[in-house]
Write a protein that binds this ligand. Structure first.
Ligand SMILES: Nc1ncnc2c1ncn2[C@@H]1O[C@H](COP(=O)(O)OP(=O)(O)OP(=O)(O)O)[C@@H](O)[C@H]1O
Ligand SMILES: [Mg+2]
Length: 401
């Protein structure tokens, strides 16, 4: 059930057309308490533009403590990033413009879904949920175009398995991320919207920034403008990932082709780092340097997995020779197929569209053998004492990569 609070009856009726007939209308915030007492199943409160902003935020703040499952959706005539940040900080689940009725409907639907999920848990379950640790998997390659976005989006879809597990894919390719394109998502919010929330970031604030792709699969999208990356501190990435791994069974991270501070923050919190390579000399050289860099950073070896993409390409390099010369085992081999770019152009992961395709099967096998087995167990975060002075180390290394 949903309730609209509005001083303006006509505006309330317009909102009701977007939300659905099963919606009550109150003409004062004062009536909300009584309404909630007599309607315990209420899950979403839509606050219309005619209601004073401060009073609406005070309501959201008090509900966040007293009835955290109830979502407040704020409808305003103008939505800007300052308003959004302030609202999310107070516990508002979403802020939408009053003329965008599709966004209003979408925001209410998401708030209802979240309320439903939060209700599923008793207080005891909630406590357990807060301390639960999902697994974090970072997909990385120091060379561009190796297939990171392909593997990360398909791995996330494979793990979600139509809603069997809760998975969030995080696009840490902050300048040129294309997870949204590969999944054909139109994100209302991106990781940039988390910047003003920084210290007050919590589960409901972060949930509001996610975009749902399909049952069990959510995305935290990269900023829409490349320049915004520099405003996102690495510490924020650590905070975001920490909250997400407590909420999701799996967090899959797509990365840019460089050892940025954001990528290092992701490595620190990851249970598995999938290092992608292809069978060409520059890629093998980059893989070698990446492995050396990870070693230099004291990154535990048992967490690396080398994944060969386009493994069947006949380009003169032998897989076994490469593995032998680098003293490593190849965890997975993904074949080359024209179906891959075609699936990206369609915006549907090949793992969902063609689950029996050899590419989908290879990714499923990787998930089953290297990602799923220790689900729930998790590794400890890498202690700060193990992390050497990275900037100096990487500066020297960057000259080589
Ligand atoms: N197994 C494969 N077979 C055929 N084409 C592939 C395969 N894997 C990836 N590709 C194609 O290679 C291109 C690069 O892939 P992708 O975008 O996943 O790489 P990336 O590592 O994320 O690149 P970037 O470093 O630019 O982010 C895409 O056009 C993709 O469709
Ligand atoms: Mg990419």
């Amino acid at each position: 059930m949903t309730v609209i609070v509005s001083l303006d009856r006509f505006a309330a009726e317009t909102l009701r057309t977007a939300i659905g007939p099963d919606t009550d209308i109150l003409d004062s915030l004062q009536d909300v308490g009584g309404h909630l007492a007599s309607h315990p199943a209420e899950s979403v409160i839509v606050v219309a533009p005619s209601i004073d902003m401060e009073a609406a935020l005070a309501l959201a703040e008090s509900l966040r403590v007293a009835k955290p499952h109830i979502g407040v959706v704020l409808v305003r005539q103008r939505v800007d990033s300052t308003l959004l940040a302030e609202a999310l900080r107070c516990g508002v689940r979403d802020v939408v413009g009053d003329r965008d009725l599709a966004a209003v409907s979408h925001a209410v639907r998401r708030a209802r879904e979240l309320a439903g999920r939060m209700r599923q848990y008793s207080d005891e379950d909630l406590r357990e949920e807060e301390t639960r640790r999902g697994r974090v998997i970072t997909v990385f390659s120091a060379k561009g175009g190796a297939g990171k976005t392909t593997l990360s989006t398909n791995l996330a879809a494979t793990l979600a398995d139509g809603g069997k597990r809760q998975v969030c894919i995080v696009d840490l390719d902050l300048a040129f991320g294309d997870v949204s394109i590969a999944l054909q998502l139109f994100p209302a919010h991106t990781i940039s919207d988390a910047v003003p929330l920084a210290d007050t970031l919590d589960v409901s604030g972060l949930q509001a920034l996610l975009t749902q792709h399909s049952p069990g699969l959510f995305a935290l999208s990269a900023p829409l403008e490349p320049g915004q990356a520099e405003h996102i501190p690495a510490s924020l990435v650590t905070d975001l990932l920490t909250i997400l791994r407590n909420q999701f069974d799996f967090v899959v991270i797509d990365t840019p082709p460089a050892f940025t501070d954001h990528v290092l923050a992701a490595f620190d919190i990851s249970d598995v780092v999938a290092l992608l390579a292809t069978l060409d000399i520059p890629a093998v050289k980059n893989l070698k340097l990446s492995l050396e860099t990870l070693e230099l950073l004291n990154y535990p070896r048992e967490r690396w997995r080398v994944v060969l993409n386009r493994a069947d390409s006949k380009v003169g390099l032998d897989i076994n020779e490469v593995a032998k010369s680098l003293h490593l085992t190849i965890a997975a081999q993904i074949p080359s197929s024209r179906a891959v770019p075609a699936s990206i152009n369609r915006g549907v992961p090949i793992a969902l569209d063609e689950p029996q395709h050899p590419v989908s099967q290879a990714i499923r096998l990787f998930a089953e053998q290297h990602v799923l087995p220790a689900a729930g167990a998790g590794h400890a975060a890498i202690p700060a004492s193990l992390r050497t002075d990275r900037r100096g180390l990487l500066r020297r290394k960057a000259k080589q990569i």
